[in-house]
Design a protein around this ligand. Structure first.
Ligand code: BGC
Length: 611
């Protein structure tokens, strides 16, 4: 039961008042109608923390926002493959929204990682729509369990930053439905986000925000989406066409400009009044949900910080280990690299969180581990230049130690919302540092902070590589627990790390030319392509090592109520309509506690038996 009488409100409103509700009051609020006692709903970024702006307002992440908690970014969290964990992160964020009077959190972002170069890949989960959809649904259900809404973004085919306001993603319908829309479909069907945010780009020549096929037919009629569709900030092009296509709310405010257009169009008959009413009704429903679900809440920042740490630990991926990890704690350790002191914990742009605190690896070492270590900065992140003094100091410490742990990765200037990368390289000064350290110390562990895949020219020289991604404000503490074996790295990659950029299936058509980008590789995105072509990669999708070992046994497939044991070998014929359940027993056969992610890949064999 709602709070507002929506039918009554619609009856009482003038056309002008209705038109005014179709765009924001300002940067973050829907419009109020004082005469009718209609309050505003507040929207804030998202996705991996709350960027609530009280004073300034911007969608670039440059202005001030309230102190909040920075969780691991989507690219990190996805490696946990863990719906429950991500639900809990969502739920914590929902609590923060309630405490800060925010009604809708602008996230999650579930676009597909078509190219490892997309500047916003850190905000997205995966190159696999099934994984992204499952995790997206878990996140939405988590936030919404607390009575706060979400905005699933950026709908759709928005897999690059280059010319993001004008590019047309040229994608055939099968590829759209199976890859670029599939995660949205899953999330909508499993979680009914309160809102969806329409992307800046065009799809096959039509702006997403004006796309009747996308919004009215696919999203609403086919998938049964019940909520409101809003624009990305500043994505509005033709307000009247957008309303007809099912785009309800323009954000931020148009300062009355589009209100006038809407009013005039209804009056001259070019916009049917029912179309406007539908959009206004959805805005009213959003405000109603916001009022009805409002709770008086507070949250414990330290508890959320602990959840950040747990999430970062469960998401980290051990990419290589010759046995140097976990560290025993008895070694003399040379900690090297500025990220050990000032970790890169999140990406740049509209998702940028003003953390209430950050825990670096150095702090965690001092607080919690009785380790003998030296620290050298090694490199600076503000310019890609080898500093002789920094290098010398690092070399001396490395030579005198039993092991060098080098914190490396991408500085913010290398990847952010607003631009795409042009290569996979880490700063040359960092690659050089690793090569030089190897000359004086053969025992090297690399800890990586990056939002998306990097080239690792030094890989054969590293004894171990721990991929932390951008793991939120407790990332240093999480890394230290993993390095010393207080926790097991149990994450698996949610995307492929290619050997070379040129190997990526989108390479010839990314980021496009003029105002078009052709998705010519079709459904062969990420591992679907590398697998089909039998290509070697640096690290495949689903890859991740562990400090412990697992035995898989007793695989069973249940279909149509019949269980087949001893699979493979006796796989029952599966009918189209059957629900298939697969069971397997997992036993930890190693010496420490750890989690295992079971992955099952299926394909349609009909007519493909010999391929
Ligand atoms: C971003 C959105 C964000 C919005 C509001 C836009 O630039 O694309 O993801 O939610 O700004 O800050």
């Amino acid at each position: 039961m709602g709070t507002l009488n929506i039918e009554e409100l619609l009856n009482q409103m003038t056309i002008e008042e209705k038109a005014s509700l179709c765009s924001g009051a300002d940067f973050w609020h829907t419009e109020v109608i004082e005469r009718l006692g209609l309050p505003a709903a507040m929207l804030s970024d998202g996705p991996h923390g709350l960027r609530k702006q009280d004073k300034t307002a911007d969608h670039l992440g440059t202005g001030e926002s309230i102190k909040a908690v920075c969780f691991p970014t989507a690219s990190a969290m996805a490696c946990s493959f863990d719906r429950e964990l991500i639900y809990n992160v969502g739920s914590a964020l929902g609590e923060e929204c309630q405490a800060e009077n925010v009604n809708v959190l602008l996230g999650p972002g579930i676009n597909m990682k078509r190219s490892p170069l997309c500047g916003r890949n850190f905000e997205y989960y995966s190159e696999d729509p099934c994984l992204a959809g499952e995790l997206g649904a878990a996140f939405v259900n988590g936030v919404q369990s607390q009575g706060a809404g979400t905005s699933l973004k950026h709908f759709a085919a928005n897999s690059q930053e280059w010319r993001r306001m004008s590019i047309s993603s040229e994608v055939d319908e099968r590829t759209l439905r199976e890859i670029y829309l599939a995660a949205f479909e899953k999330t909508v069907k499993k979680a009914q986000p309160w809102t969806i945010m329409c992307s800046y780009n065009k799809i096959n020549g039509t702006y997403s925000c004006e796309n009747d096929w996308l919004l009215n037919k696919v999203l609403r009629d086919e998938w049964g989406f019940e909520g409101l569709v809003m624009t990305d900030w500043g994505a509005m092009n033709n307000r009247i066409e957008a309303l007809k296509a099912g785009l309800d709310l323009e954000m931020p405010s148009s300062h009355g400009e589009t209100d006038k257009l809407i009013t005039a169009a209804v009056k001259d008959g070019s916009l049917p009044a029912e179309v406007l009413d539908k959009a206004v009704k959805r805005v009213l429903e959003l405000v109603d949900k916001s009022i009805t679900n409002k709770r008086h809440a507070s949250y414990n920042k330290e508890e959320h910080h602990s959840l950040v740490k747990k999430t970062a630990i469960n998401s980290a991926v051990l990419l290589k280990n010759n046995g140097v990890l976990p560290l025993s704690g008895n070694e003399n350790i040379a900690i090297i690299g500025q990220f050990a002191d000032i970790p890169r914990i999140q990406g740049g742009g509209s998702s940028h969180i003003n953390c209430f605190k950050t825990e670096s690896a150095l702090q965690a070492l001092d607080n919690a581990v009785n380790a003998k270590y030296t620290y050298s900065q090694g490199y600076a992140t503000d310019k890609d230049e080898t500093g002789t003094v920094l290098l010398e100091e690092a070399l001396q410490n490395a030579a005198a130690a039993d092991v060098a742990v080098i914190f490396a990765g991408l500085p913010e200037s290398f990847e952010s919302e607003g631009f795409d990368r042009t290569h996979l390289n880490m700063p040359e000064c960092q690659n050089h540092l690793i090569e030089e350290i190897y000359k004086v110390q053969k025992n090297i562990v690399i800890v990586l902070h990056n939002g998306s895949p990097v080239a690792m020219p030094w890989l054969d020289k590293a004894g171990a590589v721990l991929e932390m991604y951008l793991a939120g404000q407790a990332s240093g503490a999480a890394a230290v627990d993993l390095l010393f074996g207080r926790a097991n790295p149990s994450g698996k990659l949610a995307e492929t790390f290619p050997l070379r950029l040129e190997d990526n299936p989108s390479y010839l058509n990314f980021p496009g030319s003029r105002d078009k980008v052709r998705y010519s590789e079709g459904v062969f995105i990420g591992y679907r392509y590398y697998d089909k072509k039998h290509m070697d990669v640096l690290f495949p999708f689903g890859y991740g090592l562990s400090y412990t070992t697992f035995r898989y046994s007793n695989l069973r497939i249940e279909t149509g109520g019949v269980v087949a044991n001893n699979c493979p070998g006796t796989i029952p014929k599966i009918q189209d309509t059957d629900q298939v359940k697969v069971y397997v027993d997992i036993t930890n056969t190693g010496n420490m506690a750890g989690a295992e992610i079971v992955q099952l890949y299926v394909k349609n064999f009909i007519g493909l038996e010999n391929r």
